[in-house]
Design a protein around this ligand. Sequence first.
Ligand code: IVH
Length: 718
Amino acid sequence: MSQQKSPPSDPVERPSLEQARDEHATLAREIAEHDKRYYEEDAPTVADAEYDALRRRYEALEAQYPELAAADSLTRTVGAKPSEKFSKIRHRVAMLSLANAFADEEVVDFVERVRRFLQIKPDAELLFTAEPKIDGLSLSLRYEAGRLVSAATRGDGAVGEDVTANARTVDDIPQVLKGRDVPEIVEVRGEVYLSHVDFAAINERQAAAGKQPFANPRNAAAGSLRQLDPSITASRPLHFFAYGWGEISTMPADTQFGMIEAFGRFGFNTNPWTRLCTTVEELLAQYRAIEAERATLGYDIDGVVYKVNALALQARLGFVSRSPRWALAHKFPAQQATTILDAIDINVGRTGSLNPLARLRPVTVGGVVVSNATLHNEDYIRGIGGNGEMIRDGVDIRIGDTVIVQRAGDVIPKVLDVVLDKRPPDSMPYVFPTHCPACGSHAVREVNPRTGKEDSVRRCTGGLICPAQSRERLKHFVSRNAFDIEGLGEQRIDELFADDLVRAPQDIFTLEARNAGKLQRLENRDRWGATSVKNLFAAIAARRTIAINRFIFALGIPHVGDTSAKLLGRHFSTFEAFRAAARAAADPASDAYAELTSIGGIGAVVADAIVEFFREAHNEELLDALLAEVTVEPAEAVTSDSPVAGKTVVFTGALEQMTREEAKAMAERLGAKVAGSVSKKTDIVVAGPGAGSKLNKAKEFDVQVMDEDGWFALVGRT
Ligand code: IVH
């Protein structure tokens, strides 16, 4: 008989501080995971009562040991207590995000990139708008016949929450639009925010009512808009700036600036700091001007957004991944704080990288308590700038040092500098381990065969025998954009791994069969129970068929993220085709290698990593074992109704009406695959003047050939 531990909600004898700290941290992770599933994914995996019990236990621990209630405690975050859900609204035009830049040079690159993409002559003018990036939450307001019909939060970009009733209580959001040129349908997008003064007043009221204060105006604005009771929203003076749009039946202007002016005429507030700029210098001057005003604006901003002004050019530039090529968010420098580096831990990543992590004396940076920060790699600690990053030439980082920590948005904090004056006289340079802390194997720095340079990352050579690698790989395998198996989160992987029940991905799929005969069945474990095991097996079974992009991403090939996996899936359609191409690409002179690197968004680094992955026999073995358990679904048929959707296109020769990059982006936007060389699989060759061997090959394979005019006649001027 297995011994049942008390369920988490039960009162226990007073735990020691150490025990309480452990349990508190475990509960925090568990609750955060449930919150994510509930709020972000709308797919809770536990009953409300079970969730409430976890929360109560968490709060009880904090009541016993107030020192556990740090500023980032879940008891202080917004929307902590789920009650009911909002209904959803699918955005007809996705709500995307912006690419970020921190340094001036990145702005220079952005402008150059745009000019190059559009082939704008050096002396020709190109206009941009520059406006504050409001630190609030974005909202999409739909008007039909001039009347507000719905309001949706951004959500995951595709589907947001219906907050219409709440939006109607916001004074800055017109119920009815003004003016003669209001389109029949228009979705106005912008940012909901709170002023500093109102934020302070709300927090005072919260405190007076014995409620937790909000951490910052953004959280308060989000918490106020996402209220189930609109009268609460109405009592919070939310504001709104309009800066963009979604679906729109007729365009009131043909420039970004003109659109903002139109929104002003319709009755919206638009940001008075919006300016038109022509050069990088003007953009940067506007950035500095806005930064200088930051403290006096009365609301939070976190940067300046630059947008190409002409909408026709925006359309040509299109999007890459989830952000437009025509815009850039130039963020203000992150917040910093000084603290002491108590220790350096080494974490072993999924690909075996030894990642140094700074353990810091806890310090508040921009309202968040930070106790860990990244130290990047061995060279960064040694002060010799491996991959270009270093503190200052020759300055190393030592345990005991007073360091400056920086936090930027959601990214993991980093150790930015050392205060040398405060370095203890007896400190010693840090000696980076040469053996993996997880498995004891040698950890080496590989030499890149292409560049001949030593990699700045030290990697464990243990491969799959290294528990850290296989465990991290498993966690990646079940993660949200990979297999995303409900009920199989990081903690359960840890547990199953520790007990040798799941050591490799394929083991997940044999778990049920093995469980049937086992004495120590999963059902008998603490916190599992018959229902959750049954649900887990059902969730695993449901994933025996998996979309190709998820499957490729799940493999954890270095550099192959979610976006690359999608591109690869779309390009090769079936996993067999991808696998065959990846094997054939082992020769960098092969057509297969050329095909791989010709896929928009897949560069040499990704291609090389793919080739390396398939070169490893143990990876091939893993694939065979896995494919015996799961079926990979081919990429979904392209839904675009363009005549080139699903076709393979090759552009060759000099293109005169568009750049090569633009041509490729356009074809891909229309659902075509763009290849670098002509083969039997090619459907269309678009040949400009000077086309040579590819044109001959096209004739040889009887492929349809057209010039640029023919291409535009086929696809239209999109
Ligand atoms: S334009 C296609 N303009 O920043 C993307 N966004 O990091 C259109 N934001 O989700 C966004 N101020 O919530 C734009 N002036 C501004 C903005 C702004 C704040 C937010 C917005 C967006 C996020 C992207």
